[in-house]
Design a protein around this ligand. Structure first.
Ligand code: ATR
Length: 292
């Protein structure tokens, strides 16, 4: 029986053991997946815990808050998207080397495109935030070739720095950089909340800030929402957040939270570890709490 786990702090409410347990049952894979409480201190405790897990024969780890940056830093090698995100949410060990990837952004893209039926190609997309969650979404989103991908953040300098980083990654030789369509980087720009209304309405507005965790609302003008367009809230289990309420009041029909993203990133990690892709629909249905 192969061993997998998720490490975070706090970890008690993690849904990952349930999700991977369902995947293992569906695909007939012989594995166990547990939740491990990560250390709060001392500074080095997390790295030792990861190395001890692999040294004892563990096959793969998911990493959640607050350790994603440290997981990326300790890895011997990592994917371009994890490098740009500066963070990893999955690790595996091959030939004694620890490999890191970040499936959050691709999980979000798959939920939007496949489960919600909203292809990103040619769409105008507004992404709120420039923290870890937004960083992770950038490469997968640009690979989908949206007509526009606008980052809006309170700290505009942070968002602009991120756009500059993407431009650098896109210029790296194939293999080291990201396989981005040529137009993708042109589609990307960063603005402040006071400038965004001038850009018109967007087909899809995604809240990747941490505002909803405290019930707060980013200072977003409702002109960014297109009537009949879509809104996506990364925070899950928070019900209809102030962001989703604003979107609905502005005529947005589709409002989703991050449950589908959570299950899709898990499926990507499962496929990376096991070489078998589980189906996600039944698991998403099981975890979904209706927003109304
Ligand atoms: P995460 O890893 O969840 O993205 P983070 O790295 O701490 O968390 O980033 C939080 C993001 O949410 C930031 O982009 C932050 O904006 P600033 O960079 O301007 O601080 C954004 N954020 C948090 N609370 C917010 C609020 N009330 N309104 C708007 N943006 C908010």
């Amino acid at each position: 029986t192969d061993r997998y786990a998720v490490i975070g702090h706090p970890i008690a409410h993690s849904q990952s053991p349930l999700i991977h347990g369902l995947f293992a049952r569906e695909t007939g894979q012989d594995l166990v997946y547990e939740a491990i409480e990560g250390p709060l201190a001392p500074a080095q405790g997390f790295e030792d815990m990861v190395r001890a897990f692999f040294a004892a024969g563990g096959r793969g780890l998911n990493i959640t808050a607050p350790f994603k940056l440290r997981a990326r830093a300790l890895a011997d090698d990592c994917s371009p998207r994890a490098r740009l995100a500066g963070a990893a949410n999955a690790l595996k060990c091959e030939g004694g080397r620890i490999l890191a990837d970040n499936f959050d952004g691709i999980g979000l893209r798959r939920d939007i495109e496949l489960n919600l039926g909203l292809p990103l190609a040619g769409r105008r997309v507004l992404l709120l935030g420039a923290g870890g969650a937004a960083r992770g979404a950038l490469l997968p989103f640009l690979e989908a070739a949206p007509a526009a991908l606008v980052l809006v953040n309170r700290d505009v300098a942070k968002a602009r720095a991120l756009v500059a980083e993407v431009a650098e990654v896109a210029q790296l030789p194939a293999g080291e950089g990201a396989p981005l369509p040529a137009a993708a980087v042109c589609a990307l720009q960063a603005v402040g909340y006071d400038e965004v209304a001038a850009l018109g309405a967007f087909d899809l507005v995604i809240n990747a800030t941490s505002a909803s965790l405290s019930g707060a609302l980013p200072p977003l003008p409702s002109a960014v929402f297109r009537a009949g367009g879509s809104a996506y809230e990364l925070a899950y289990g928070k019900g209809r957040t102030p962001f989703l309420q604003l979107a609905r009041a502005a005529g947005v029909q589709g409002g989703a939270d991050g449950v589908g993203m959570l299950v899709e990133q898990a499926a990507e990690a499962f496929a990376w570890w096991r070489g078998v892709r589980p189906s996600t629909t039944a698991v998403i249905d099981r975890l979904t709490v209706p927003l109304d």
